[in-house]
Design a protein around this ligand. Structure first.
Ligand SMILES: *[C@@H]1O[C@H](CO)[C@@H](O)[C@H](O)[C@H]1NC(C)=O
Ligand SMILES: *[C@@H]1O[C@H](CO)[C@@H](O)[C@H](O)[C@H]1NC(C)=O
Ligand SMILES: *[C@@H]1O[C@H](CO)[C@@H](O)[C@H](O)[C@H]1NC(C)=O
Ligand SMILES: *[C@@H]1O[C@H](CO)[C@@H](O)[C@H](O)[C@H]1NC(C)=O
Ligand SMILES: *[C@@H]1O[C@H](CO)[C@@H](O)[C@H](O)[C@H]1NC(C)=O
Ligand SMILES: *[C@@H]1O[C@H](CO)[C@@H](O)[C@H](O)[C@H]1NC(C)=O
Length: 435
């Protein structure tokens, strides 16, 4: 037995090959030992939070690494998810910090995935302390026409009803964390709306980080990351022109601002006065060329469509709504409000008939009243009223009282009757005399 041999040191890359070799070499040199050189672990792994939900891990290169080794770092999250081999000594991730999250990092000497990295070092970050039951629930945000964001939530179970909520938000165009000023209640929900102010048009690259907490720190904060390409609710479109042509109803409308035509899907509803069910047309992409030059503005914003099968010569009421599609956005569920409805054609005859039936009696009645009034005036002109002697006397003795007037009237009347009686008596006397 000779003196013990020093172990054979092989770099980590060649370890598998060396194990094979040593198997044969041991037949001649039974004391030969193999020491596979693995990389030392990374040092000073630390974690910090930037913005609201950007978690950043940093580390230093391993101490005592082989100078011939060009260092690469293997990293992955908790359950070996999102494995990356990269030369940088940091890694970050946007995570809603509602759960604990850990990163594991090891070093290696190449970018080869099959190389076994050094011992993995782990660093975790935990969400803020607090009773989970106190955190708000159903935190949701809808992006309205890419102009403003509206977030709403429900109070947690273990919260006092007078909790004063605050919402902070951040995205890369802002430069700093802002507080949502305008918190209001909507039934059970609490909501807050804020302008997005995304400068460039590259919405896809942005996500919004938000946190809802309370001013006294009594509830557990809730975090959320909202990609700006999800849950976008466009404004309603504007119907601009309707006409019947080519055996269909030609509809022309204007898209809401901020959306190229290819990023939207459309729904055209045509309500016909003759049919019970409305016609619904789902328009995915429009190839109809717009013919009318009736309205100015960006032609890219203009969409034309021919709705076939719509009955002409009847009243058709058209309205349109839009939603984002999967070509440009993650979400294709949120419809815009309906546009204003626009009508074309005449209402069915039956309705006109009913209207006429209602209107004619009114007109006839009116005519009769006018005629009666007119006839009354005509009568006055043809037969002027007989002057009333009493009235004349009244005018003559305007300053005397009514009693005197009655008396005078009576007096005259009596005189007249007396005279008449006298003459009758006279005639009778004459008759008797002649007999
Ligand atoms: C780790 O951090 C400490 C203090 O920040 C520093 O003194 C040390 O040099 C670092 N180690 C490495 C390997 O960079
Ligand atoms: C680094 O490589 C050189 C030549 O390739 C070699 O002479 C030297 O021993 C190597 N150093 C280590 C520490 O492996
Ligand atoms: C990685 O290493 C394995 C064996 O260790 C080798 O077969 C493979 O070709 C290497 N791949 C690259 C990209 O270097
Ligand atoms: C919320 O604010 C109101 C008015 O500022 C205050 O009266 C109330 O006590 C606050 N609620 C809590 C739980 O602090
Ligand atoms: C959509 O309709 C709702 C309910 O009628 C209304 O409150 C809201 O302001 C409308 N939104 C737009 C963008 O017109
Ligand atoms: C069209 O008809 C449907 C179903 O009858 C109705 O819900 C809708 O409000 C109507 N639309 C218009 C613009 O009147």
């Amino acid at each position: 037995m000779g003196p013990p041999r020093p172990p054979l040191i092989v770099p980590a890359q060649s370890c598998q090959l060396a194990v094979l070799l040593i198997f044969f070499m041991r037949q001649r040199e039974p004391n030969l030992d193999l020491l596979c050189e693995t990389q030392p672990p990374v040092t000073n792994l630390s974690v910090s939070v930037e913005n609201l939900c950007t978690i950043k891990w940093t580390w230093n290169p391993p101490e005592g690494a082989n100078p011939n080794c060009s260092l690469w770092y293997f990293s992955c999250f908790g359950n070996k998810e999102d494995k990356i081999i990269a030369p940088e000594t940091h890694r970050s991730k946007e995570v809603p910090l509602n759960e604990r999250i850990c990163l594991q990092v090891g070093s290696q000497c190449s970018s080869n995935e099959s190389e076994k990295p050094s011992i993995l070092v782990e660093k975790c970050i935990s969400p803020p302390e607090g009773d989970p039951e106190s955190a708000v629930t159903e935190l949701q945000c809808v992006c309205h026409n890419l102009n403003y964001m509206k977030c709403s939530w429900l109070p947690g179970k273990n919260t006092s009803p007078d909790t004063n909520y605050t919402l902070y938000y951040w995205h890369s165009s802002l430069g700093k964390i802002l507080q949502c000023e305008n918190i209001y209640r909507e039934g059970q929900h609490i909501s807050c709306s804020f302008d997005l102010k995304v400068k460039d048009s590259s919405f896809e690259q942005h996500s919004l980080q938000i946190v809802v907490r309370d001013d006294k720190g009594k509830i557990k904060p809730s975090f959320k990351i909202v990609p700006l390409t999800s849950r976008v609710k466009p404004d309603p479109p504007h119907v601009k022109y309707l006409s019947f042509q080519k055996g269909g109803l030609y509809v022309e409308w204007e898209n809401p601002q901020n959306f190229p035509s290819r990023c939207l899907s459309y729904q055209v509803e045509v309500n016909n006065s003759e049919t019970e069910k409305p016609f619904i047309f789902n328009v995915e992409d429009t190839k109809t060329k717009c013919q009318s030059s009736e309205f100015e503005g960006n032609p890219e914003n203009k969409i034309c469509f021919i709705a076939l099968g719509v009955l002409p010569d009847t009243l058709n009421t058209v309205r349109i709504r839009v939603k984002t599609n999967k070509l440009c956005y993650e979400d294709d569920k949120l419809w815009s409000n309906w546009s204003q409805s626009v009508s074309i054609g005449n209402k069915a005859n039956s309705t006109i008939y009913i209207t006429i039936l209602l209107i004619i009696p009114v007109i006839v009645a009116g005519a009769i009243i006018v005629l009666l009034l007119y006839l009354k005036r005509l009568k006055i002109i043809i037969f002027p009223p007989i002057p009333d002697p009493g009235k004349i006397f009244k005018e003559m003795f305007g300053d005397q009282n009514d009693d005197t007037l009655h008396w005078k009237k009576y007096d005259i009347y009596e005189k007249q009757t007396k005279e008449e009686t006298d003459s009758v008596v006279l005639i009778e006397n004459l008759k008797r005399a002649s007999q």
